[in-house]
Design a protein around this ligand. Structure first.
Ligand code: PMP
Length: 358
């Protein structure tokens, strides 16, 4: 049987998301946290999870975790729900709001899943390219405002990935105000920028704020994301959400992280000062074009990006994220690592530049 013939039209065209699975020893490619639990925390965590009843299904509505999230975000428990990573939340929001002829507006380049998940469902995308300057990526406001009326769902990440910048608040407020459908602000990297649109939730019942445990909280491996929204949206979300979407170990580990948030958030200070140091060092190199960052990664462009990517991998086992297609041709996204990993990256970069005479 020809399986391809049986696929839905949208899946037939799909390229999907490819994870770069090359061998490496230093991971600076995926914007996850470089910090593991300290020994003390690890022991405390093991105590929390050792008696979990894994023979039973997970809690469908984990009250303790939801309560902690509501407290953290100064909202009611009816304003929060969970996803198996933000990726799953994107999928549910599309299932909730999109009819066959509806469109989704995104800016490009942005988070890959804003494009891939709609493509799985065969949803038409309105893509508005960002305007690159030497150091920043700007919103094309006239084009966005022109197209906003025809979008049922809008996805915007701020700080944005892979560009790393935040968008001006005034412009985002205008977009939120003028959106006729649902507007999703993805705040995956908000802890590194310290600005949130959460306080607007009481004013706009069509606003959804999305967060993840995959960055500052260091739980990319647990797949936990959450959304904050009007209770009506949360109710519908919960009726679309599969009943056991967050497994028991992930629920309890997320809860554990929130119970020990002070210790975990200590890492932010280290990461931010490392980002500044990396940024300053990169800026000194004349042949690099370095973009502003309000995230845990830095995007830069150079003619020799592909060679640098290969050299870092072969000489030092450092995995970077390389982009080849416009508008990101010759761009590398460097995730801020542990101090010693960043030192190793800078050492590798300098020896590469010496070799190149660049
Ligand atoms: N949103 C943005 C903007 C991201 O860059 C990423 C991770 N690369 C995510 C969400 C993913 O979050 P999660 O791991 O919760 O699916």
């Amino acid at each position: 049987m020809k399986i391809k013939e049986l696929l839905s039209a949208s899946v037939k065209k799909l390229q999907g998301y490819k994870v770069n699975e090359v061998e490496h020893s230093i991971k600076l490619d995926d914007n996850s946290s470089p910090f593991e639990f300290s020994q003390k925390l690890r022991e405390k965590w093991l105590k929390k999870i050792c008696n979990l009843k894994l023979n039973r299904y997970p809690d469908s509505t984990p009250q303790e975790l939801l309560n902690l999230l509501a407290k953290l975000n100064n909202c009611d428990i009816s304003n929060v729900s969970l996803g198996n990573g933000s990726d799953e939340i994107i999928q549910y929001l599309i299932q909730m709001f999109i009819n066959p002829s509806d469109k989704i507006l995104i800016v490009t380049p942005s988070f890959a899943m804003f494009k891939i998940v709609p493509q799985i469902f065969g949803v038409e995308l309105i893509e508005i390219p960002l305007i690159p300057t030497k150091t920043d990526w700007l919103l094309n406001m006239p084009n966005i405002l022109k197209k906003l009326k025809s979008a049922k769902l809008v996805f915007l990440a701020t700080p944005n990935n892979p560009t790393g910048n935040i968008f001006p608040k005034k412009q985002l407020l205008e977009i939120i105000e003028k959106t006729k459908g649902i507007i999703v602000i993805d705040e995956a990297y908000y802890d590194y920028s310290s600005f949130s649109y959460r306080s607007l939730l009481s004013k706009y019942n069509n606003l959804v704020v999305m967060r993840t445990f995959s960055k500052v909280f260091g739980l990319a491996g647990c797949r936990v994301g959450y959304l904050l929204a009007d209770s009506e949206i949360i109710n519908y979300y919960n009726s679309v959400r599969l009943p056991y979407n967050i497994n028991t170990l992930s629920q309890k580990t997320a809860e554990f992280v929130l119970e020990n948030i002070d210790e975990i958030k200590n890492n932010i200070a280290v990461l931010m000062s490392e980002r500044c140091r990396l940024f300053d060092e990169l800026k000194k190199i004349k042949t690099l074009q370095v973009y502003k960052s309000a995230s845990n990664f830095i995007l830069f462009r150079c003619e020799y990006a592909e060679e640098l990517y290969q050299y870092s991998l072969e000489k030092s086992g450092i995995l970077l994220k390389l982009f080849k297609d416009a508008p990101l041709e010759n761009c590398i996204r460097l995730t801020v690592g542990l101090p010693k990993e960043n030192v190793e990256f800078l050492r590798t970069l300098n020896s590469f530049l010496k070799l190149k005479g660049a």
